[in-house]
Design a protein around this ligand. Structure first.
Ligand code: NAD
Length: 497
């Protein structure tokens, strides 16, 4: 096997309806966040490229070679994609680490998860049962599902292969064609996925990968009359703008948006378990995670002790190069994103926050050219502070004390977002009560950031709408149809024949 560093990056062509073409859109630069070096400069898709991809997808989706497949036959294609991802796991991990700066340990796990997602939705397609509904007259009544036709998937830069798979797999499993628009900071791994889908032998044209400007290519996909649904993961403001456009053509959208998730440590928690979980929850992926547990509430009687240990352990986290197996905190995706995070920390300090650790880029020549930032803990603010309201999308944790269960439920819910939450306690009935009272899409009890493809994921409030994953995750990509079939053999009486 090639050493990781010898793996070739995708050549910069884009995948337009089954053809590898040079894009005609604006230049996109994929940069290695560890040192700022250029991975690849490529031309993104232009509007005309997008229109060509849509026309090819339409023809491919309508063709009996795809449209006529039985679900178990479609499932074979999905398994072939999963095989391709598994066979190319090292390549995918390397490319994604180059694109995003994530550690290889994390990108290997994301590649494995993407393969699992294709296998899961292959199984869902094969085992999907349609319903004979309760008959109320002289007709057999049925509920069946059809493909929507053309589906667009728009994804962010933070976990591209996993978020791509979460949309592409159920959409293909349901019999659609898919047009994927990755984020401009991380186009390469999605182009690698295109290579794998192509090798898996899906009908030509059924899948496209169209890196490009959000407004132009994303906008085209949202507004084009042939696109029947958009599944979007990204920031809340982008999602809101997109949903407004979708409303114009009465198109449903799935929105997986931002978060500002609370984690709650009760005095009766297992402190080691809570420490490890809180740190993983906010500092893994360098905090660039929609579900980052960014607001920490610690019960007052253990606040000083817990926060003291947390700060000491956080200072010991290994910040380093994405290819160093010891690294826990890798660079952020881009220097401009790192600088934005640093500016939010500075603003919090100016508003009276106390810096307990971090708050700067690490020192030393190893870090100078990269987008590094130290894991940062702030205290001394209330839940009203801007740093507690706005998504930072970086390794920044705010710690606050609380008195009792009722207060912490109210604090946890007092936020525009509602994506996830963590609860740390040995008292299970209490954990259950709090889990049920928090208005978030996911709650973890004595653990954090654990995922299963069979468990639905999505947000409440400004964290989005709709759910991905789980058997029901495929429903978003299917049109439900009722069929009535007469059993009487007689003319309807109204005509009085
Ligand atoms: P973003 O909103 O800037 O971009 C997301 C995608 O939308 C990109 O592909 C972008 O090019 C595209 N886009 C931009 N403008 C568009 C427009 N006008 N029309 C259509 N598409 C457009 O988000 P980002 O910075 O790439 O990602 C970070 C955000 O994603 C964070 O807010 C994070 O919380 C969120 N996120 C949410 C989840 C989740 O599952 N809830 C998962 C990961 C990331």
């Amino acid at each position: 096997m090639k050493r990781d560093q010898d793996i070739d990056l995708p050549d910069g062509r884009i995948f337009v309806g089954g053809e590898w073409e040079a894009g005609n859109g604006a230049e996109i630069r994929s940069v290695f966040p560890a040192d700022g070096s250029l991975n690849r400069a490529l031309r993104g898709a232009s509007r005309e490229d997008g229109l060509r991809a849509i026309a090819r997808a339409k023809a491919a989706q309508a063709d009996p070679s795809w449209r006529g497949l039985k679900p178990h036959q479609r499932a074979r294609h999905l398994h072939a994609i999963a095989d391709g991802i598994e066979a190319n796991a090292a390549r995918i991990a390397f490319i994604q680490s180059r694109d995003t700066g994530k550690t290889l340990a994390e990108t290997r796990a994301l590649a494995a998860s993407a393969a699992g997602t294709f296998r899961y939705f292959a199984a869902v397609a094969e085992t999907w049962d349609e319903a004979l509904t309760a008959q109320r007259g002289e007709a057999l009544t049925m509920s069946v599902h059809e493909p929507l036709g053309l589906v667009a998937a728009i994804t962010p830069w933070n976990s591209p292969i996993a978020s791509d798979a979460q949309k592409v797999a159920p959409a293909l499993a349901a019999g659609n064609a898919v047009l994927l628009k990755p984020a401009s900071w991380s186009p390469l791994v999605s182009l690698e996925l295109a290579r794998i889908v192509e090798a898996a032998g899906l009908p030509k044209g059924l899948f496209s990968v169209l890196p490009g400007a959000g407004r132009e290519i994303g906008g085209l996909l949202v507004t084009h009359p042939d696109i029947a649904r958009v599944s979007f993961t990204g920031g809340t403001e982008t999602g809101r703008a997109l949903a407004r456009k979708a409303a114009e053509k009465l198109m449903p959208v799935s929105l997986e948006l931002g978060g500002k998730s609370p984690t709650i440590v009760f005095a009766d928690a297992d402190m080691e378990q809570a420490l490890a979980g809180v740190m993983f929850g906010v500092f893994s992926s360098t905090g660039q995670s929609c579900i980052a547990g960014a607001r920490l509430f610690v019960q007052r009687s253990v606040f000083d002790e817990f926060v003291g240990r947390l700060v000491e352990a956080t200072k010991r986290l290994k910040v380093g190069h994405p290819f160093d197996p010891e690294t826990q905190v890798a660079p952020m995706v881009r220097r401009e994103h790192r600088d934005g995070v640093a500016a939010m920390v500075s603003a919090a300090l100016a508003e009276g926050a106390t810096l307990l650790c971090g708050g700067a880029a690490p020192e030393g020549s190893d870090f100078e050219a990269g987008a590094y930032y130290l894991p940062t803990i702030l205290s001394g603010v209330t839940n009203e502070a801007r740093i507690c309201r706005e998504e930072v999308f970086g390794p920044v944790l705010v710690v606050m004390p609380f008195e009792d269960e009722a207060e912490v439920v109210s604090l946890g819910n007092d936020n525009e977002y509602g994506l996830a939450a963590g609860i740390w306690t040995r008292d299970f009935p209490k954990a259950w009560r709090v889990a049920r009272a928090l208005r978030t899409g996911t709650v973890w009890i004595n653990t954090y950031k654990q995922f299963s493809i069979s468990t639905p994921f999505g947000g409440e409030k400004e964290s989005g709408m709709g759910r991905e994953k789980g058997r029901a995750g495929m429903l978003a990509y299917m049109a439900q149809k009722a069929i009535y079939a007469d059993l009487s053999g007689a003319p309807l009486p109204w005509a009085r024949l």
